[in-house]
Design a protein around this ligand. Structure first.
Ligand SMILES: NC(=O)c1ccc[n+]([C@@H]2O[C@H](COP(=O)([O-])OP(=O)(O)OC[C@H]3O[C@@H](n4cnc5c(N)ncnc54)[C@H](OP(=O)(O)O)[C@@H]3O)[C@@H](O)[C@H]2O)c1
Length: 341
C-alpha cells in the first residue's frame, strides 16, 4: 500500500477537487513583492511551497525568499511553482528575492524545518521591523519562542498543520493529504493585532482556523508527535505498528511522562488521556510513514530535538524525570549521527 508522507497526526484524506477545476491555469501576480500584502516565504520546501501555491491561487501576492543566487537563477530558468493535487497540476508564478535584498518584509511565513529556523530568520533580520507579522508554521516547539525573543516588537504568530505534502522537484509540490491548520498569536504584539493580518491565510482552500489558545494546539501536536514519531523512527515501522506489543507499552510510558510535564505547567492537552489520543492517531494514520522515520531513512537530520528534546528540556527545568523521552531522544540522535557517517 502506498504511504502518505507527512505528519504522524495528519489524518490524511484523499483530495477531491471541488472548487477549482482549472487545471493548467497559469496565475500571474501583478503586484510588486514589496507590496505590504505580499507573503514572503522563508523555506519554500513542501509546506512553504504548498502555502505559496494556495496563496497565489487565491490571487495573493507571494514572494519566495532565495538564499543563494543559484536558487534565484533556478527561478529564471523555471519561474513557476507547480502544485500537484489529485493528479492535476496547477502552475503559478511567485515573485522572488534574495535574502540579502533590502526590501522590507511585512508578512513572513516561516516554513523551514525547526532546526533551521534561527539561521534562516537571522539571514533576513535586517528586513524585519515592528510592522512585520511573522508566522512560524512548523512542527515542534521552542523555535516559536526563539523567534519571539529575537523579534520582541514584531507580531509573532504560530501555526500547526496536519496537511500532508512532499516535494517532487525544486519547484513542485504534491498535496498528498488533507488536514487542518490552526494559526494563533504567540506573543503580545500578535495578541493585540488579532487574526486580521492573517485573513489571507485563513481564506485559502485549506481548512484553517484562527485559534486564540495556539499554545494548546502546539502542545497537542507536540504530545502526539512525542508519542509516535520517535518510536516509528527507532523501530523502522509504520504508525499503525505502535498499537501492537511491545511498542504500545513504550508509547504508554512516553505519554505518561508528557502528561506529567504538561500538568506541572498547567498546560491542558486533550479532554481524554493522551494515550487514547495517540492510539487514535496511530490507528487513523496506520499506513503512514512518519516524517521522522522518513528523515532517518533518507539520512536527514530529524526534528527530535524540538519534539521529545523540547519535552526533556521542559522536564529538566521542572525537575521531573522523563527517562523514556530522554532515551528516545538520544536513540534517534544516535541513529541520525550513525547515518551521517
Ligand atoms: N511536509 C509535511 O507534510 C508537513 C506536515 C506538517 C508539518 N510539517 C512541518 O513543517 C515544517 C517544514 O517541513 P517541510 O516538509 O516543508 O520541510 P522541507 O520540505 O525540508 O522544507 C524546508 C525548506 O527550508 C529550507 N531551508 C533550510 N535551511 C534554510 C535556511 N537556513 N534558510 C532558508 N531556508 C532554509 C529548505 O531549503 P532546501 O530545499 O535548500 O533544503 C527547504 O526548502 C517542519 O517543521 C515539518 O515538520 C511538514
Amino acid at each position: 500500500m502506498g504511504s502518505i508522507v507527512g505528519d504522524s497526526n495528519a489524518v490524511s484524506q484523499p483530495i477531491s477537487l471541488t472548487s477549482w477545476i482549472d487545471s493548467g491555469l497559469l496565475l500571474k501576480t501583478t503586484m510588486t513583492s514589496s507590496d505590504s500584502q505580499s507573503w514572503h516565504i522563508l523555506g519554500a520546501g513542501a509546506v512553504g511551497s504548498l502555502w505559496a501555491n494556495y496563496l497565489l491561487r487565491n490571487k495573493q501576492p507571494v514572494c519566495i525568499l532565495c538564499r543563494s543566487p543559484e536558487q534565484l537563477d533556478a527561478f529564471w530558468d523555471n519561474p513557476f511553482l507547480t502544485l500537484v493535487v489529485d493528479g492535476q497540476r496547477y502552475k503559478s508564478q511567485p515573485k522572488t528575492e534574495l535574502f540579502s535584498s533590502n526590501q522590507p518584509i511585512h508578512k513572513l511565513l516561516v516554513t523551514t524545518k525547526s532546526y533551521d529556523t534561527l539561521e534562516a530568520i537571522q539571514s533576513v533580520a535586517h528586513r524585519i521591523d515592528r510592522s512585520t507579522q511573522i508566522v512560524v508554521l512548523q512542527n515542534g516547539m521552542g523555535n516559536q519562542q526563539s523567534v519571539a525573543e529575537l523579534f520582541p516588537n514584531s507580531a509573532v504568530y504560530a501555526g500547526t498543520t496536519t496537511e500532508g505534502a512532499y516535494r517532487t522537484g525544486p519547484h513542485q509540490v504534491v498535496h498528498a493529504g488533507r488536514g487542518k491548520t490552526w494559526f494563533g498569536p504567540f506573543n503580545k504584539a500578535a495578541n493585540d493585532q488579532g487574526g486580521e493580518p492573517l485573513q489571507a491565510l485563513l481564506d485559502l482552500d485549506l481548512v484553517s482556523d484562527y485559534e486564540d489558545s495556539i499554545h494548546t494546539r502546539l502542545w497537542q501536536k507536540l504530545a502526539i508527535n512525542c508519542a509516535i514519531n520517535g518510536l516509528t523512527a527507532i523501530h523502522d515501522c509504520r504508525n499503525g505498528k505502535l498499537l501492537e506489543s511491545p511498542y504500545l507499552e513504550e508509547m504508554i510510558q512516553l505519554c505518561d511522562e508528557v502528561e506529567l510535564v504538561a500538568a506541572k505547567l498547567n498546560q491542558p492537552l486533550f479532554p481524554h488521556p493522551l494515550i487514547d489520543a495517540a492510539k487514535g492517531v496511530a490507528k487513523a494514520t496506520g499506513e503512514n510513514l512518519s516524517s521522522m522515520l522518513q528523515d532517518v531513512r533518507h539520512q536527514r537530520q530529524t526534528e527530535i530535538s524540538s519534539i521529545n528534546g523540547f519535552l526533556c528540556r521542559q522536564a529538566e527545568q521542572l525537575s521531573i524525570p522523563v527517562p523514556h523521552n530522554q532515551q528516545l531522544t538520544e536513540r534517534v540522535l544516535k541513529l541520525s549521527a550513525e547515518q551521517d557517517q
